[in-house]
Design a protein around this ligand. Sequence first.
Ligand code: GLN
Ligand code: ZN
Length: 760
Amino acid sequence: MKSYVTGFPRIGEQRELKKALESYWAGKCDYDALERVAAELKDRHIKYQLDAWSGLISVNDFSYYDLMLDTSILFGVIPQRFAALSAHEQYFAMARGSKDAVAMEMTKWFNTNYHYIVPEISAYTEFSLNPSKILSEYKAAKNNDFKDSCALKINLIGPITYLALSKSSDKSDPLAHLDALVAKYEELLKLLSELDNEVVIQIDEPIFVTDRAAELAPKIEPVYHRLSKAASNVKIIFMTYFEHATEAVREIVKTDVWAIGLDFVYASEENIKKELQILKDAKTVLFTGVIDGRNIWKSDIDKKLAQLKAIEAYVPKERIYVGTSCSLLHVPFTLKYEDKLSTEIKSWLSFAVEKLSEISILTHLFFEIPMCEHGMKAYEENQKSAKTRASSPLIHDERVQSRAANLNKFERADRYEDRIKVQKKELGYGILPTTTIGSFPQTAELRQVRNAYKKGLIGREAYERDIKAYIDDCVKFQDEIGLDVLVHGEPERNDMVEYFGEQMSGYAFSANGWVQSYGSRCVKPPLLFGDVSRPRPMTVEWIKYAQSRTKKIMKGMLTGPVTMMNWSFVRDDKPRDQIVKQLALAIFDEISDLQDAGIKIVQVDEAAFKEGYPLRSENIPAYEKFAVSAFKLAVSAASAHTQIHTHMCYSEFNDIIKTIEAMDADVISIETARSGNELLRVFKSVGYKQEVGPGVYDIHSPRIPSVQELVSQIRALLEVLPKEQLWINPDCGLKTRKWEEVRPSLKNMVEAVRIIRTEA
Ligand code: GLN
Ligand code: ZN
């Protein structure tokens, strides 16, 4: 059968790998025990695929931490500071740091929430081949009962993507090493070719779905010409995902590479057509990624079948394989443990294991392979659930739809210049007002209280008492050290998206829908399945209470519509601009209620605003348009007297500064502590007019900044922006820090401002 998945999740259906890793790191088990868990998981994951089909089964999609890191080990790209460590220590030290060496950098994998370990390359980097992991995984996989020898597919990250995603430690160009690295890939392919009569190797080159595609495309032909000649019994799949790869398709068809893998879910129809047009006259086999590897909805098999038939007009059946749009790493493992979800919603979902069976059904139907009774039944159920979902009253809320369709106000009535005058006067703050980003330390006791309440072990009254006690402490502390604008500390929130999602209709929550974010760290994104609204206030009681405990101004704290969307699994039956609009209206209602309750400042966090940017610049204008409109719509609830703050993480704003300005918040706080003043200069150079709170210290580290250090940091800020435009705050929420760190740090921050103010 010509079925495949680009890759399978590795964390384990009950996060077995996470648990094993963390216990190994804590010294509670030895390496052998960790290896045993890994072996069992790899075996189980292969069996899941074998159960579903007799197509291609992925090998080397497993990793203890990350596949880019594994690739660095594979080619001996080990930074000097880890050189002396033993192999096992070295691997985890590169990922997590050791007592003598800082960890390698980690960054987002394209536009997903998965993070990879960034390779470090210098002009002197030399490569050496260390293929033991792949060889042993292949051999272990072979122990399974295969129907023929060509059932395995070995996954590798490609040389161009690997180097393009590397960072240079000496300003030399990592891609200057391409020839040398390709020589090692040739050696590797030769070695792998000895494993079987015929060996299928998937080489991932997702860099070709980004804006760098045009610049890098000329490298494809020479590199893949060499690789396709490395061994005569090796079949190479040039794999791409997340977007179209038109430039790469154009190059690959010039080579003898056996197959190309394309994303048929996230590329636009127009680009897909272009790709197919190029493939039409070629002989390249097509790995057709029609099953969504990034979202959790059941595929409508009939629709997918129609899509495959349309593709057949360009590429004949003989040249088609059927599979996922990308690795299933980006979706949760299985629905098996979801016994709390409503049966109706559950019947619409498909996690990694369930997607395997979708691929199987689709392959049977498309290639007209007779299906067993079990398969037929699954197909019928699929068609039924596609219908019930489309017409379910759970999804459709007439009120929400007509409200969104009949809006007549989209932004705040007053201009910023007029609002800020009113606010400065009414809020009465002078120069360099001090504040924080919202959360205070999430202590173990706090988590316990929330858990106990959730499980029904304590009642509402006890819960409220404990949360209020925490708010009291936060407020008292902030009052004592003399901060200007206070926060309640967010003790009632487990997560900035989940907390709001849980209170909105249209959202559901899985019990076990974990997705790997980095290393052993997993996230469980909420499921936005229907029209979204906010039946009742979500934060007002807490904020009102906090305000009642102080004479200072209490800032209300909300998560913005764009972040709510970007950190959820969202419905695929409605365009994103409409989904985000509904979220914006829900936040609008909350801002109105906070305002009516006498709250003078509301912060609308957009931590994931930058994260949602498309991979191809051609799609950026559309994203910016709906993201900015959604934010403006949400905050249009605020009168001129209410000050709107926003907060964004990450410091790479240079290219989007005008967009941020267009969001029209009165004050934005941003992460600058690690990037120095460069970013601020950008604010200045574009004549950014709203107020800015550049983080004055890095909350990601336990270090306590001294008064002196903070004074010089603030002075540096003042060299770039006028004192009337600046707020002083840490660079993100404090929830991951300890009180022992937070108390002195904030105290020093306020003291530093006091010193500067006396000079000014
Ligand atoms: N208000 C949130 C907090 O302080 C913001 C978190 C974030 O930006 N990631 O925790
Ligand atoms: Zn932040």
